[in-house]
Design a protein around this ligand. Sequence first.
Ligand code: ADP
Length: 402
Amino acid sequence: MSHEESNVDPVHLERVREMLFSTAAEGLVLVDGSGTIRMLNPRLLELFGYEEGELLGRSIELLLPESFRRAHVAHRKEYNAKPAKRHMGRGRELNGLRKDGTIFPVEVGLNHFTVEKERYVMGLVTDISERRKAEEELQRNTAELEKRVEERTAELAKGARAVEIAYEREKELNALKSRFVSMASHEFRTPLSTIMGSVDLIARYTEGPGNEKVEKHVQRIRTKVRDLTAILNDFLSFERLEQDDVSSVPEELDIVHLCIGLLEELRGMAKAGQALEYDHSGDERSILMDRSMLVNTITNLMTNAIKYSPEGSPVTLRTAVDDDCLRIVVIDRGIGIPLADQEHLFEPFFRAQNVLTIQGTGLGLHLVKRYLDLMGGEISYSSTPGQGSTFTVRIPEKQYKP
Ligand code: ADP
């Protein structure tokens, strides 16, 4: 003890000790060797709901739940028979019994000591209801969270499987649709060509004066059969492109020769007074290109120009071979394309708002774009609604040259 401390008034120190005991936040209880409560602080009374004086001299087991009392007595006796030095250490979690019969969780720290041969145990009791509640809440939340994660994972797995099944089904349906479209288009083309053959024969048999009406109808049948064949051809081309079943096979061609031949055929579908003009600039006219793709591209652009311009309105086709590029320009002075529709032109089956009464599939420009992609070419256009459209195509020729 230091010199200064030895000077402190012992009565004062006793008061300090008394204060410590009575104001401690934990319940303090002193029990003798027989388990009788010998000393306690106000906090302990408060914790267990007793009044002053109700606990002194009573057995410590009074503060324990019925189910635990017997074990506690045995435990005490065992300790008394064979005391082992113990310090107030880490608490044990137990339950306390209040005067009103309610049970609450406590943490108890014990300190055993002996004074003049009498054994005592000092208990430090903390009410851990709040902590227990928080722990239980945490456990419940964790469990709930785990359950939710499990549910979501299961839902996701189920969703993923459903998407997989839907995708497989979609693929099967798509393949089925492709097979059907190809088959139907093929099968339709044969009878159509028979019809065309018979119509030609009828035309020949009925040739001559007085049969103008028959001729008019024969012509009408021819046009419609040709339209129908064109639609079927578009479907077939589309399916083939979708199946990646098409590649460019370049051959030596004379562009002027090819265009004049095409114009001959296209004149059959031109409207009354609709002149189809053709102009090739430059001396070079020999190109190396896939004939079918090139024919398809020019025919589609020209057919559109004819279809979407009125009677008497001319359509111009221009070609040029320069800088190892074939340039094709198709100009009409027809209905034009509404601005809002222009960005969708090359989507399959797309048709602009102003053409709904004119027959078409919406596949032509899409096919043109796909063929140009395969040939390394590009397409651009300008169009003013009500005034006409110009489509410009450039196809590099160089890459096909051996
Ligand atoms: P289709 O002519 O069979 O409808 P296309 O794919 O060839 O299909 O053309 C798509 C759409 O682009 C047409 O429906 C039409 O609205 C518009 N279009 C294409 N060319 C022209 C043109 N020369 N003039 C006006 N509209 C055009």
